[in-house]
Design a protein. Structure first.
Length: 450
């Protein structure tokens, strides 16, 4: 690492460790403001910053910071070079003094196996406490935490209305000697070797591929969107899943992309133009209770709710999230998640499908939200995600009827999804009649007892 790269790394860390903004935004802003940093400089700096954020609880412990107080960025960087990058004293950048090198030698002698669980798993204590409360044991927490220390692979989704997967793989190989392999679960996915700038290649520019984690692609399969249907992506964001649903519908029917953020919907526009889809109808809404939602009540064949969440499932990509979230912020999200799911359910017609999803592994954002919803909405029932995927010719090991993808088990982000179906009008009427008869019987029994 050159002095220029080292200086830039420390500057970025001094800003990023305040956790007042996403780390990727801090890095991007620094690069925009420092045009003299070349491509190689930026790659080394970004790799170092995100590597340190992934390992931050370990680095704090190694650097001997006081409880609640971060060591200096210089000390954290020394710990990172010494224990994570495994540099010996002679390989350390010349900016480090003899005193620093002595300290590095001491760090090499520290045994991480003696550290607290949150340090060994490289996650904050609040997250360990949450996982323990949800029934996770030490081995499971360590496996998850250590998996999150690895950089995520680069997955792309082939746009099925424009290209075939094999053709795109051959095109990337010919255009830039880029090696890819079919993703193990998604029928549209390619896993790219290394981290090439896919957005510079013709297949991306012309809309034949989109960057999308394989786990996110599987959410589309759970939706089961088909030709001619009415479908809603309730929290569309920048539209990655919207574009997938539109392709599954083969550019027919009507697909609504709802979001409360005008900026996110604006980011969908260029992606939509590349995709070749004409069945997408972006809709800015004020909240989940917007009048636009009410007008479409009971009309949708499929509604996808990719709910706002903590993002804990994306820590391989956004390692600073584990420091920017806390138990209180997750509880606040839980209230929002319940409200959004309840509102989205109104759109689903009898016999239609409602898919609730998050990029989180926390049960409070996942199973707990779904179970509470089902208790309050007897006209919905839970489908087995394994059976739904099996009908799409996807076999995947899951512990129960929910989809819960994990990086150390599936090499995807930690996505969760529940597939819900609104029962038919006939079944709903019969169920209601049965409930009324049961209530009448109870009244009669009470009268007899009296």
């Amino acid at each position: 690492m050159t002095p220029k790269q080292l200086s830039a790394t420390l500057d970025i860390l001094n800003s990023a460790l305040g956790f007042t903004a996403p780390a990727d935004a801090v890095v991007s802003r620094h690069f925009r403001e420092n045009k003299d940093l070349g491509h190689k400089d930026r790659a080394i700096i970004a790799e170092t910053v995100f590597g340190m954020l992934r390992h931050l609880p370990q680095l704090e412990w190694l650097a001997g910071g006081e409880a609640g107080k971060l060591p200096s960025t210089r000390e954290l960087l020394l710990a990172y070079f010494t224990r994570i990058k495994h540099l010996n004293v002679r390989e350390l950048p010349p900016v480090f003094t003899d005193e620093d090198k002595t300290r590095a030698g001491q760090m090499k002698g520290m045994a991480l196996r003696d550290a607290p669980l949150n340090v060994r798993a490289a996650i904050p204590q609040w997250l360990v406490d949450t996982l323990v409360a949800e029934g996770q044991d030490e081995a499971a927490i360590l496996a998850l935490g250590q998996a999150m220390l690895q950089a995520a692979p680069l997955d792309i989704r082939v746009n099925s209305i424009k290209a075939k997967r094999d053709a795109v793989a051959a095109e990337l190989k010919a255009a830039g000697d880029i090696n890819t392999a079919p993703t193990p679960y998604s029928p549209w996915g390619l896993r790219v070797e290394g981290k090439p700038a896919i957005n510079k290649y013709k297949c991306f520019i012309e809309g034949r591929v989109e960057v999308q984690d394989e786990g996110s692609q599987l959410l589309g399969l759970l939706c089961g969107a088909k030709r001619g249907q009415m479908v809603a992506d309730f929290c569309a964001g920048a539209g990655g899943k919207t574009l997938l649903l539109g392709a599954m519908m083969q550019n027919t029917g009507r697909l609504y992309a709802f979001d409360v953020s005008e900026k996110r919907l604006a980011n969908l526009k260029p992606r939509l133009a590349r995709s070749g889809l004409s069945n997408v109808n972006p809709q800015l809404i004020a909240s989940e209770n917007d009048q636009k939602i009410k007008r479409l009540a009971g009309k949708m064949d499929v509604v996808l709710v990719d709910s706002p969440c903590s993002g804990m499932g994306t820590l391989r990509r956004n390692p600073d999230l584990k420091m920017r979230q806390n138990a209180t912020s997750v509880q606040e999200l839980n209230a929002k998640q319940r409200s959004i799911l309840q509102s989205a359910a109104r759109l689903v017609k009898h016999g239609g499908r409602l898919v609730y999803a998050t990029c989180s592994f926390l049960q409070s954002e996942n199973q707990a939200i779904v179970e509470a919803f089902l208790a309050q909405n007897p006209d919905f029932e839970l489908l087995d995600a394994r059976e739904v995927l099996s009908k799409e010719r996807v076999t995947i090991e899951l512990p129960d009827q929910y989809l819960q993808l994990m990086p150390h088990l599936h090499n995807t982000d930690a996505f969760f999804a529940a597939v819900l179906q609104r029962i038919s009008a006939e079944r709903a009427a019969a169920k209601e009649a049965g409930a009324m008869l049961s209530a009448e019987d109870e009244v009669a029994d009470e009268a007899d007892e009296a």
